[in-house]
Write a protein that binds this ligand. Structure first.
Ligand code: NDP
Length: 289
């Protein structure tokens, strides 16, 4: 059976690679190599040095940004074989990925951007949504390998997947912050956040933030670390590039980026994205609960 390889066993990559290992011979590589060894132990994958992944027919990456993907690709370039597919699950940057696609094609390697949504829970359950950018034939070739996905949508040429992902995450950011502002005001006037959410979630103001993130993470005060605030701010920066490139009217999304930049400065990039609401709570002098 054809081999696959997964590079970047972080919060997302680790469980995604576990789904691959259930179906395909899977090579894994991680900068902190101990994680690759743990993956081998737990999921029956095979930990290999970086050059070792060039043996695979399909190479997956899930790294913080396009910069790290390009660095890894450059290091691997002399080892890569023509006909290999490179499926980049990073929430990356469209223009940088188009350049990377050209560079890889020099070695006969076909790059597709394939960012995912659904969070760490979706990665563990194998129910991620994948938004693919690339040529139709390559998309069809890699689809059978997306063992961690429940939904796969081909959104356009290389870069389009990253663009859609960035805008999706900008919407997540808007919804989360806006819900935080509204709930904070309600709490201050004596309405329990839980009651307010019971109404909102049966009404037109609902979103993933009101249905899942706020009840599970803010009201409980659990604030688990699943998706770093620094990564969300990175996505908002990519979204700005998409908007600027199209000269699209976008006052609200720009303001949202400013707000999250501020949250990152106050709370640090390692805070979870939902912790941004702690900044609002600090300003408002009450907790959302
Ligand atoms: P993590 O920070 O948990 O993992 C990052 C991974 O990248 C680790 O394997 C890390 O290795 C590796 N890495 C970091 N820097 C380098 C480098 N310079 N060279 C090689 N490897 C490096 O991030 P996530 O898994 O949360 O996110 C990965 C991507 O997925 C990001 O683009 C993010 O925006 C996106 N994403 C995240 C979601 C989430 O809910 N967390 C949801 C959807 C998309 P090491 O172990 O050595 O640190």
């Amino acid at each position: 059976m054809e081999k696959v390889a997964f590079l970047g066993l972080g919060a997302m990559g680790y469980p995604m690679a576990a789904h691959l290992a259930k179906r395909f011979p899977t090579l894994v590589w991680n900068r902190t190599f101990a994680k690759a060894l743990r993956h081998q132990e737990e999921h029956g994958s095979k930990a290999v040095p970086l050059e070792g992944v060039a043996e695979a027919e399909v190479i997956f990456t899930c790294l913080p940004t396009t910069k790290e993907v390009a660095e890894v690709a450059e290091a691997l370039l002399p080892h890569l074989r023509p006909g290999t597919y490179w499926v980049d699950a990073t929430s990356g940057e469209p223009e940088g990925s188009r350049l990377l696609a050209e560079r890889l094609l020099e070695r006969g390697v076909v790059y597709l951007d394939a960012p995912v949504s659904g969070g760490t829970l979706g990665a563990e359950r194998g129910t991620l949504t994948v938004m693919l950018g690339g040529p139709e034939a390559a998309v069809e070739a890699v689809k059978p390998y997306l063992a961690y996905a429940k939904k796969v949508v081909h959104v356009g040429p290389v870069g389009a997947g990253h663009a859609v992902k960035a805008i999706n995450n900008a919407l997540l950011a808007v919804n989360l912050w806006a819900a935080g502002e509204g709930l904070l005001a309600l709490v201050r006037q004596g309405v329990a956040a839980e009651k307010a959410l019971e109404v909102i979630n049966a009404s037109s103001g609902r979103s993933n933030a009101t249905e899942n993130l706020i009840p599970e993470r803010v009201l409980t005060r659990a604030f688990p670390k699943t998706f770093a605030l620094g990564l969300l701010v990175k996505d908002l920066g990519i979204a700005m590039g998409v908007l600027d490139g199209e000269k699209a009217p976008s006052p609200l999304l720009r303001l949202t980026r400013e707000v999250y930049e501020m949250a990152r400065r106050e709370l640090g990039p390692e805070a979870d994205h939902v912790e941004a609401l702690k900044l609002l709570e600090r300003w408002g002098g009450v907790e959302i609960r």
